[in-house]
Design a protein around this ligand. Structure first.
Ligand code: DGP
Ligand code: NA
Ligand code: NA
Length: 210
């Protein structure tokens, strides 16, 4: 089966937000939508817990190991770097990537611990720049009410409040913001519109950048 890409590149689409903002379910809905339209698309997530580095991160997140804040920061970044060339290859060969968390999580979660903001950004420089960043906006208190915080290291209200503040500092005018407290179908509808526009722009030759 041939896809719609005709030799053009895929789009790098990143979803960001607090834990329990609904990112993961929106990412899967988005994937089905794009694939249903005949696009070549994949769902990725960071941290990617399947790699060697990812296993260290996973153990840290589940509180089975302790690591210095700077050390784990660089491991999260390394986990993105180890996927960079595959990511570039996929995009260049026409596959759109929907990515559940990226560098912005790296900066928001580590600076929420008090690490220096610019220091946190440094190891992310040179990773591929997203074509679209969508922030699923939800108050930490609302996210906490959704329940199902999985009991991982960062999943408690006080810390999520700090992360929310760091995302506010990070976000710029290029980000699309969706009110994540709306019904899931409304979030989905808005997201699909933004993403399809972005996929089309990339097909028309919008360049990929660092
Ligand atoms: P998730 O698999 O999306 O639930 O992410 C796991 C947790 O790790 C979540 O609380 C967000 C956090 N996280 C994701 N990326 C990074 C990162 O690069 N650095 C730090 N410090 N935390 C991250
Ligand atoms: Na989580
Ligand atoms: Na998630």
């Amino acid at each position: 089966i041939r896809d719609h890409n005709n030799g053009s590149r895929g789009a790098l689409i990143v979803l960001e937000g607090l834990d329990r903002s609904g990112k993961s379910s929106q990412c899967s809905r988005l994937l089905s939508y794009l694939v249903g339209l005949g696009h070549s698309a994949e769902l990725w997530r960071f941290p990617d817990r399947s790699t060697g580095v990812g296993k260290i991160i996973s153990s840290y997140l589940s509180n089975n190991s302790q690591l210095d804040d700077h050390t784990i920061h660089m491991l999260f970044s390394a986990n993105r770097w180890e996927k960079r060339s595959l990511m570039e290859n996929k995009l260049e060969t026409g596959t759109t990537l929907i990515v559940d968390r990226y560098s912005y999580s790296g900066v928001a979660f580590s600076s929420a611990k008090g690490l220096h903001f610019e220091w946190c950004k440094a190891p992310e420089i040179g990773l591929l720049a997203p074509d679209l960043v969508v922030y699923l906006d939800i108050l930490p208190e609302k996210a906490a009410e959704r329940g199902g915080y999985g009991g991982e290291r960062y999943e408690h209200l006080e810390f999520q409040k700090k992360v929310a503040r760091c995302y506010q500092v990070l976000r710029d005018s290029s980000w699309e913001i969706i009110d994540a407290c709306q019904p899931i179908e409304d979030v989905e509808k808005q997201l699909k519109g933004m993403v399809l526009d972005c996929v089309m722009a990339c097909q028309k030759g919008k360049p990929l950048s660092n």
